[in-house]
Design a protein. Structure first.
Length: 185
């Protein structure tokens, strides 16, 4: 019994090369047909999801009873002018150049132990959000915080072959507890 060695001529005789070429052609066509549009519009944030969460001990009065508090959200281009003002001239400072359109994104009254979910439109010129909480005892509270808006994370390399149409939106939780405002990302 004689063992026959495969050589290049046998590959061409058996027609295997036709199958290989057909597979390679199909793969090339598939890779050309998958469109990846990494334009600026795709990465642009159109809205932001904000959850306002209040504990049952927020904004205590002189007897320790919790009471509602006002939360104001500002779109910011820079944080320095925002932090420069106090609670009484915050409106003045926020209406200057650091806020796009000199408009508040929203003003909300939140009661103790309440949770409010918001979907707010967002302008790409703004880089951060400023959140002001009007506590009763403003001198002993953390009443304003800034949240830098994250950019869309880069997609993994394998998304070239398996693209998924996902709309990425930043989400944050504004946590109000006693006399403190904090942000959970």
């Amino acid at each position: 019994m004689r063992i026959r060695e495969n050589n290049i001529a046998d590959v061409f005789k058996n027609g295997i090369w036709k199958k290989v070429m057909a597979i390679v052609s199909c793969l090339m066509l598939l890779s050309c047909s998958s469109s990846r549009n990494d334009s600026e519009k795709e990465n642009e944030i159109k809205e932001i999801i904000i959850t306002l969460q209040a504990e049952n001990n927020i904004n205590p009065d002189k007897y320790g009873n919790a009471s509602p508090v006002k939360v104001i959200i500002y779109p910011l281009k820079e944080h320095d002018p925002f932090f420069a003002g106090d609670i009484y001239n915050q409106e003045e400072i926020s209406n200057k150049d650091n806020v796009s359109g000199a408009e508040k994104m929203g003003e909300y009254i939140i009661s103790p132990a309440e949770e409010i979910k918001l979907r707010l439109p967002f302008n790409k010129e703004n880089k951060m959000l400023g959140i002001v909480t009007e506590y009763r005892d403003i001198t002993h509270s953390v009443w304003k915080v800034v949240y830098p808006i994250p950019r869309k994370p880069k997609e993994p390399w394998y998304r070239i072959f398996w693209p998924i149409e996902e709309i990425w939106q930043p989400e944050l939780t504004v946590h109000l507890e006693y006399l403190t405002t904090s942000i959970k990302k």
